[in-house]
Design a protein around this ligand. Structure first.
Ligand code: FES
Length: 124
């Protein structure tokens, strides 16, 4: 279960398998500038500082130039991490818009961590 960490705040977001970065962040109660959410406008680009991701659909060259495919540019609405990932937003901060969703996401992240460490509690 991948975790997306947002640099430099350190906010850690738990993602479901095969979930895009953008979907995970919004599901966890956060927002930042997005446009089409379909890989067509390039508004959701961030910098990937650590790890690897794949795109769940082909991305047009007009949205992601050849150099951006290898320099860590991440189109978050289509990027699916293949492990824990660290990203840095461009020219803005992550905004918390729903604290309850953040709380639910944090509990899911802690539970997944406990399961992977073999220290899962019987409490629910
Ligand atoms: S929101 Fe348009 S490309 Fe991601």
């Amino acid at each position: 279960m991948p975790v997306a960490t947002v640099h430099p705040s350190g906010e850690a977001i738990y993602l479901d398998p095969d979930e895009t970065v953008l979907s995970g962040l919004y599901k966890a109660g956060f927002a930042y500038a997005v446009g089409c959410r379909r890989g067509g406008c390039a508004v959701c680009k961030v910098d990937c500082l650590r790890s690897r991701f794949d795109y769940d659909h082909p991305i047009a060259d007009s949205v992601l130039a050849a150099g951006e495919r290898t320099d860590g540019t991440c189109l978050t609405c289509r990027a699916v991490p293949r492990g824990d990932i660290t990203i840095e937003l461009r020219d803005e901060d992550l905004r918390l818009i729903n604290p309850l969703l953040r709380q639910i996401n944090e509990k899911a992240r802690q539970r997944a961590k406990s399961v992977s460490n073999g220290t899962e509690s019987k409490e629910q």
